[in-house]
Write a protein of this length. Structure first.
Length: 365
């Protein structure tokens, strides 16, 4: 049964949490935006819980607020998050716990969180934050940038085994289950090998001479006015995933009479991708890749002022990826399976937007 998101009052407490948080604290604006978005998702939460049966769960609104704090403050585990909730009044105020309310057990928190991971709550939360009227004023509907970034899987290279071999094979006789393994000279590919820990992760090498890792690729669309992330998706790691994902995320935004522009780096300079954008009435502001080849971007595009502006602004998407991977903890995911990793990537992108919004909204005031 869904728990109630009611804030505890101060009837029997001498500590007023509201008075302990300074009026200009950035988390005040973030909490206001978060509460409006969560209220818009109330119907989505109700579908996930039984109507009148069982013990009340941890309220999903409180769960998501706590997970936002986990991203904001780079808290690596649920155990550490619950310890922080025990003593930090700011955390209690943001989540909605009273001073005398006990923090949840970390295992109960994880179990309740898994219910939310099963749906599309993260993507809908991202949309709900951006759909608020005062936030929509900050967004461009004409100019966008796309890019992708590697997300290292929660699996080690020792888990990579031939596909026709049982993952529960006997360990080496002297080393135990986690024995040292020398991979030198062994040939591995995604066609012949897979991880027994996360079969959906794929071996990927970022560049020549670099080590291969088990990865996913997180993709994002950024609007160019305020550099906020407006859409995300996550795919298996391969050389074509970025362009395929970019087309899928851009297509819903082209249903309008006026052409839009999309900026991208050299990895997107492929004839098929550029032609597909142009067929959708999208101006392809893609960086030219002239390394031993002819670029698909010619003088029909490069002389325009807008092309130069798109190339300058598109680099700001790397700031978002940097925050998501370092502060938000997504450089190496803590989840397994593409759907769950994609959920965490989308939710952390929403957290990145929320961190930036107090300053952006303050500039409009």
């Amino acid at each position: 049964m869904r728990g109630s998101d009611l804030r505890s009052g101060t009837l029997f407490s001498y500590v007023d949490l509201e008075a302990r948080v300074r009026p200009d604290h950035p988390l005040r604006t973030i909490r206001q935006l978060t509460d409006v978005a969560l209220e818009a998702l109330s119907g989505e939460f109700s579908v996930l819980y039984a109507a009148r049966m069982g013990r009340p769960s941890i309220p999903p609104e409180m769960l998501l607020r706590a997970m936002l704090l986990q991203a904001f403050y780079s808290i690596r585990s649920e155990r550490q998050l619950m310890e922080r909730l025990e003593f930090d009044l700011l955390f209690r105020w943001f989540v909605g716990l009273g001073v005398d309310d006990p923090a949840w057990d970390h295992s109960s928190f994880s179990k309740n969180r898994d219910r939310l991971l099963a749906g599309a709550i993260a993507a809908k939360f991202l949309v709900a934050v951006l759909a608020q009227p005062r936030v929509k004023r900050l967004l461009s509907s004409d100019h966008f940038s796309v890019d992708g970034t590697l997300i290292e899987a929660w699996a080690s290279m020792k888990s990579v085994k031939p596909k026709d071999q049982n993952g529960d094979q006997a360990p080496p006789p002297a080393g135990g289950r986690n024995a040292e393994v020398d991979f030198r000279g062994q040939k591995r590919s995604n066609e012949t090998h897979a991880s027994t820990t996360d079969p959906e992760a794929r071996l990927y090498r970022k560049g020549p001479g670099m080590e291969a890792k088990l990865c996913f690729i997180g993709h994002a669309v950024m609007e160019n006015r305020s550099a906020l992330i407006v859409d995300t998706c996550l795919t298996s790691a391969d050389g074509h995933a970025e362009r395929i994902a970019a087309l899928a995320m851009i297509e819903p935004r082209v249903d309008r009479p006026k052409a839009i522009s999309v900026g991208a780096d050299k990895a997107y300079d492929a004839e098929d991708f550029v032609n597909e954008l142009r067929s959708m009435n999208v101006r392809a502001h893609v960086a030219q890749n002239t390394s031993g080849r002819r670029s698909s971007i010619d003088r029909r595009t490069t002389p325009h002022v807008g092309y130069g502006m798109s190339q300058k602004i598109r680099k700001r998407i790397e700031e978002g990826f940097g925050w998501i991977k370092t502060v938000g903890g997504q450089r190496k995911t803590r989840f397994r399976g593409r759907d769950r990793v994609g959920w965490a990537f989308a939710f952390t992108a929403a957290a990145y937007n929320l961190v930036r919004l107090p300053k952006l909204l303050g500039a409009l005031a």
